[in-house]
Write a protein that binds this ligand. Sequence first.
Ligand code: 3HC
Length: 307
Amino acid sequence: KRPVGAPDRSLARKVTKVGVIGAGLMASQFALLFLRRLEVPVLITDVDQARVDKGLAYIHEEIAKLEQKGRLDGDAANRLRALVHGTIDKAEYADCDFVIEAVFEETKVKQDVFAEIERIVSPEAILATNTSSLSVEEIGSVLAHPERLVGFHFFNPVAVMPLIEVVRTPQASEEALATAYAVAKDLRKNAIGSADAPGFIVNRLLAKVMGEAARAIDEGTPLMTVERAFAPLGLPMTPFQLIDLVGWKVAAHVQDTMVSHFPDRFHASANLHALADLPQAVEKDRSGRVTGWTKDAQKALSVGSSP
Ligand code: 3HC
């Protein structure tokens, strides 16, 4: 096996324009981070203009908040506003040197996106996926040049979580990896190298914790009791607060991936899916903050009624 660490930094390509594919919860957060830290043009697209506008609105709101807090002066805020552009026209990726996607978490969807993007970008452009747990190698198998694709996995909330997982496929070029590490450094994040294994490193650990919390519910323990049981562990969030933060559908998806690869090691919870399917889970997906709706969620479960 090849080592997963950082290659020679001198191989890193210069990034003068970033393309973000998708304008959802994660994509709009890291689009903002690229703007703030790299100060280069950032392009975002999505499948329709409404989604693009929602992502842009989030970015503009956050820039305004940073300005109000005094973390950006007026000139810097205006510079960032001028650097971000949203469209549904993918042809505009043509001059991006680093293109990262955070679209729907399904291999086929991501493959279609990259196959299309590869025809548009220059041969030197580096491609990255923010997938939480899918195989980066499989996503890149549709590319004419899979060596240019790396995993570049952010954590929620992107502005404060210090880590990025850089995922190395067997095909990944040293240039692609060096660029990914250099970009992570410019974003002021700690990059850790991961093999292209299901769940990489962090989600493998988290899926274990979340899976055991879900298993407790499946066994009949009320959801709020599980939450209270975790409090003495001193973690920044309880398991269901964390699931609420990352998004219930994302959490259920990560769990499915882990169960499908390691059925003997991870727990499949129907209750986790039931919760992910609640309308509240979808509505709150974008909040990015703990919403406290776990009490409502408890009522929707078939087991356990009071803490
Ligand atoms: N966006 C921007 N900034 C945010 C934010 C957000 N959504 N949420 C919190 N912050 C900032 C606050 O502004 C504050 O910054 P300041 O001190 O400079 O003003 C700082 O974070 C602390 O926030 P608070 O004081 O309001 O709240 P807490 O002290 O309770 O911290 C937390 C909030 C940082 C979210 C903390 O609870 C935490 O670390 N939780 C664990 C999060 C985690 O584990 N994330 C990984 C999830 S896994 C994942 O994303 C992978 C995916 O593939 C599933």
